[in-house]
Design a protein around this ligand. Structure first.
Ligand SMILES: [Zn+2]
Length: 297
């Protein structure tokens, strides 16, 4: 009974971000180059480098999907996952850490990811509690600025960006394969969630896009944290949308407008048809950005 209550409580906690029935989730692999793949299932998009040296994974979605993720990777390479990089601490990107950690996979992330996963967290916007992760799920290698993996003929550059979606984001540049994984600094085709309560900043989201846009070439393939495979043209348009909405809201906050007045002014109106179809709708995005700007004027 105790177990059942705990399970029910944890389900309620996850409901805001994860209303999926995992039994029906399929992991699909899309090959992006000779040694790189994007995998989708439920939760954050995965990136994979596989080849002669070792299998390298970006993010690991939810614990119930670990077996399906490793089965999908087994179809790509006979080598099991040796390293996993977490793009940030959120549970839809780190939920598989415990299983992978137990299997001996080396977990790598920004310093802040380990810090946040070590203690209970609270995502204010969704009133969502995220309990501390077990020891085995924590990153064992952490970095402050950047770390490079020399694997499979690639140079995989994992780079921290200034606070954007959280305070511990990393973007990953597969420099030889011409692929970038942006973690949740990019939600392709939809308004993003910005986690103000763990250090996220709208201005940092724009800066992270600028950093990615300066890497690679015109034809660089972009794996967003959420949404379909993307490219620089779409990323640039999305970045400009963020910058435009940020500028409008900064001005209204500077003018002393209240949250309800700013939401009523509908500053996302001209973007809602293109980006308002995700889990964050226009008015929620305005509320999120306004509270973010009020906290970080
Ligand atoms: Zn996230």
């Amino acid at each position: 009974m105790k177990k059942l209550i705990a399970a029910t409580a944890s389900l309620a906690v996850c409901a805001a971000l994860a209303q999926q029935d995992f039994s029906k989730v399929e992991i699909k692999a899309t090959q992006l180059g000779p040694t790189t793949w994007m995998l989708t299932g439920a939760g954050g998009n995965l990136g994979v480098s596989a080849g002669d040296d070792a299998t390298f994974l970006i993010d690991d979605q939810y614990a119930p999907l670990t077996e399906r993720i490793t089965a999908a990777i087994a179809k790509i390479s006979p080598k099991p996952v040796k390293f996993v990089v977490n793009t940030h601490w959120h549970g839809d990107h780190t939920g598989g850490n415990e299983n992978l950690g137990k299997a001996g996979v080396v977990i790598v992330a920004h310093d802040s990811v380990r810090k946040r996963m070590s203690t209970d967290q609270f995502i204010e916007l969704f009133k969502m509690k995220e309990p501390a992760s077990p020891h085995v799920a924590l990153p064992v290698v952490t970095f402050a600025d950047a770390v490079t993996f020399h694997l499979n003929g690639d140079e995989i550059q994992v780079m921290h960006v200034a606070p954007a979606h959280t305070d511990g984001d990393a973007i990953v540049y597969f420099s030889k394969s011409n692929v970038i994984h942006m973690g949740d600094t990019y939600f392709a085709g939809m308004y993003p969630f910005i986690d103000t309560s763990t250090g996220g900043r709208i201005d940092g989201m724009v800066a992270a896009c600028d950093k990615a846009l300066a890497l690679g070439a015109d034809d660089t393939k972009i794996i967003p944290g959420h949404g379909p495979l993307s490219n620089k043209v779409e990323l640039k348009a999305w970045r400009d949308m963020l910058a435009a909405i940020s500028t409008r809201i900064h001005k209204m906050v500077a003018d002393g407008k209240k949250l309800e007045d700013i939401v009523a002014a509908n500053p996302t109106a001209d973007f809602d048809s293109k980006y308002g179809g995700g889990f964050v709708k226009g008015p929620k995005f305005v509320e999120m950005v306004t509270l973010n700007v009020m906290k970080n004027p």
